[in-house]
Design a protein around this ligand. Sequence first.
Ligand code: ZN
Length: 442
Amino acid sequence: MIEIYAVGGYNQVGKNCTAIKVDNEVVITDMGIDLESYIKLTEDEDIVKINPEQLIDVGAVPNVSVLDKIKNNVKGIVISHAHLDHLGAVPHIANRFNCEVIGTPFTIEVLKSILKDDKIKLNNELKVLNSNSFYNLSDNIRIELIHITHSIPQAALVAIHTRYGVVLYANDFKIDLYPTLGKTPNLKRLREISKENVIALIVESTYANDARKMPSESVAKEMLKDVLLGTDNKNNLIIVTTFASQIARLKSVIEFGKKLNRKVVFMGRSLAKYVKAAENIGIVNFSKDIEIVKYGRQIERKLKKIDNEREKYLLVVTGHQGEHKSVLHRIAKGELRFKLYHEDNVIFSCKTIPTPTNIANREALENELKQNGVRIFKDIHQSGHAAREDLRDFINIVKPRNIIPAHGNKEMKEALADLAIEMGYKKEKNIFLLKDGQKVTI
Ligand SMILES: [Zn+2]
């Protein structure tokens, strides 16, 4: 018998966590945080001192107490990729389970650096598993990571092989046949798996209502090229800001920085952290081409130097959501003793994540920039999430018997159910809409 527990991420986008019970044994896929409530709680406190119960109470991490009765049966925690809404709760609650934490090399490398930064010690062993390979969790459960494209290196789909068939966990992905870093999705393997009886597909629904195919990362690269090489910026400073974990995008920025004959400097702690993780596992070597400046003082000193020859630099900084501690926010506020001039360029290679805090922060930041006459380029970006037509192709390839929409609120999950109905599935019969804390027996 297979039971699927919706632990987190089924009421909202964030704090993803699912448990799959196969007879008496359990696999947990993902253990993420809800960034907004997490930041609210941790802003003024030392993270180490916050106890997990408190994090659960404010909704910052998944409420794993729904698994209390079966917690001794958990055989492994598999992390699909290194985004914090999938990985970020591991340091706080993985200790409750006596098992390994498994992920691709980049995912585990990021986890290690979070543990080190936050001075947290985990009892769980960390197990690196390459994409497109298997691992026997027990005699009855075999785990497979299948390479997929997303907006972070080495994202994987998790296939859980059981005697009843395969449970496929597909959070997060898009089908990108033209990635700018790393391989194309392993569709060949997905076609094979479809013949092995996929009894359940747990799949993201965030953009299920968006009637298009999500454009490739190579399209985002063209957009960046158009803005960087196609505007008159030769006398001005150029600043780009994007997600620190978007290594492929950062690679494109460096490429165009070179074309512009500019020195590229990365500024900010989270940029340094993700780039270092990517370099440690050998997928990029940015350090040979660029300078990375991590801390406030160093950044201040570097900016002072840059000020005399601003037109020779391209800066990549943290702060795309207008976060208050970020480098961009502090530059805009004049806190780093550095001024932006009329017609300097600020390129937002991202979208604003639509939470009230982010919307307000970004608006304030943009107002600040406009007062200095800065040129703002917004939304130079493509998402890493599957839209409706990626999802349709994906479901057609995988041919699951049952579909469980995940990674979204009610409307998003219903939009995916809608698509599934279009494709011949039926609600309650083989489409199951779960809320956090609920489970379904397949
Ligand atoms: Zn993600």
